[in-house]
Design a protein around this ligand. Structure first.
Ligand SMILES: [Zn+2]
Length: 437
């Protein structure tokens, strides 16, 4: 009988102690930088203050020896002269050849919403927390990456390879004016970057390997218009859609619930494929709010739903689509005159970085040294910019790792923990030391 290997704390590496001291000494700077980022209200939509935040960060990184590029994604969705889609890419070359480690953070934030008890753009500090829209998602992570890079540079000025930091637009609305646009121009290709870390708020002790896939589609049922007092002279598209929804409840939702992925998706409930009906519409338009007009009696000749199907790495998109088409075919077989169409709106393939990939194993080893425990490995239920780095950039050595609690993202009174930012900055600086020193 063999004994299980004894668990013992990982060996510290040469720069670990100096990194810990240096990051601790930069605590005030880390807080101030996070506050400065929060105080620029980069709301998306519409895409406010993108140039301002890129310039602020660019000037800072230039002082730390980075070469900076400000890049406008002209012509991408939402780009206009009043709301230009600006991105920052900063690069610092080492003294000798080596790999390039890239930290990518989106600089846009979602709308404020209701329920705040603090100023969403104040950057107020209370105890260990900094409050503000985007504090967790993901200005705190971006600030931690900047501090990590600066700490590493002060300790190892003659490193090998290169460090890049990018602050990119529009992640919250698909990333087309940000990472996708940069990836199309080679900024995330393997001949330029070797390791990518996206400091999204997944928690300082977890490594996010990727995300599930997405398919959005519009399904329409067709009918024939008639007077509402004589519906037998028409054909109700809404009743047809009702039959579609009933068929989905009877067969499709139960089928999805039986499948499970090997992807470590969190939360647990997202380990099966999911289907959300995002919207439904049929018949005449809704009256404007406050209208006292009565509706007209009309048999609806069109009804539409928008479906949001999240798919697993074990599924094929063609089969996912065929499964929904089969629902429609079954309804058609039972209902005379049933006509329908389906239109694709959006699709993203699932991605999952290999656990043996160097950026994963290096980050895992650093987390163990900082926190004294092994990291959790997770996959996100929804997508983020890794999709573009994977599909357009063809760069598979990419993870999301950063401070902050995912549940706070997009919530009122969003906050990021200062100690968490310090710990993850230490991890990121150690990753740089392990890969570049
Ligand atoms: Zn985010």
């Amino acid at each position: 009988m063999t004994q299980p290997p004894e668990a013992h704390p990982p060996e510290p590496r040469p720069h670990d102690a100096a990194i810990a001291r240096d990051i601790a000494a930069r605590r005030d700077d880390l807080v101030a930088l996070t506050q400065a980022l929060i105080r620029i209200p980069t709301l998306n939509p519409p895409g406010d203050c993108y140039l301002e935040i890129c310039e602020m960060l660019g000037e800072r990184l230039a002082r730390s020896g980075f070469t900076t590029e400000l890049l406008r994604a002209t012509g991408t969705p939402g780009d206009s002269d009043s709301h230009p889609r600006w991105n920052l890419v900063a690069r610092r070359e080492g003294g000798r050849p080596g790999p390039c480690v890239h930290f990518n953070g989106h600089h846009d934030v979602v709308e404020v919403g209701h329920g705040w008890t603090r100023d969403p753009f104040g950057g107020q500090v209370e105890g260990d927390r900094i409050y503000g829209r985007g504090s967790a998602d993901m200005k705190g992570g971006l600030a931690a990456a900047v501090i990590a890079a600066e700490a590493f540079l002060s300790l190892c000025p003659d490193f090998g390879g290169a460090i890049e930091i990018s602050a990119t637009a529009d992640e919250e609305t698909g990333g087309y004016g940000g990472v996708a646009w940069l990836a199309e121009r080679g900024y995330f290709s393997p001949d330029r970057v070797s390791h990518v870390i996206i400091p999204e708020p997944l928690g300082k002790d977890r490594i996010c390997l990727g995300h599930r896939g997405v398919w959005w589609a519009e399904i329409e049922t067709k009918g024939r218009i008639a007077h509402g007092s004589m519906p037998f002279l028409g054909d109700s598209a809404i009743r047809h859609m009702g039959a579609v929804l009933a068929e989905m409840e009877a067969t499709l939702f139960p089928a999805l619930a039986t499948r499970r992925t090997a992807m470590p998706v969190v939360p647990e409930g997202a380990r099966t494929p999911t289907l959300n009906i995002n919207a439904i519409h049929g018949g005449e338009p809704e009256p404007p709010e406050g209208s006292t007009a009565l509706p007209a009696p009309v048999v609806p000749d069109r009804a539409r739903i928008i479906i949001d199907r999240r798919w697993l790495i074990e599924e094929a998109l063609a089969e996912v689509k065929a499964e929904v088409a089969a629902v429609m075919d079954r309804v058609q077989a039972r209902r005379p005159g049933f006509r329908w169409s389906m239109r694709d709106l959006f699709e993203v393939a699932p991605v999952m970085t290999d656990r043996a990939a160097p950026v994963v194993t290096t980050t895992a080893a650093a987390i163990e040294r900082v926190l004294g425990r092994q990291p959790g490995y997770i996959v996100s239920p929804g997508t983020y910019d890794q999709k573009h780095i994977d599909r357009i950039g063809r760069m598979q050595n990419c993870i999301a790792y950063g401070p902050g609690h995912l549940e706070l993202a997009h919530q009122p009174d969003e906050w990021v923990g200062i100690a968490d930012m310090e710990d993850s900055a230490r991890v990121m600086a150690m990753v740089l030391a392990d890969l570049l020193a």
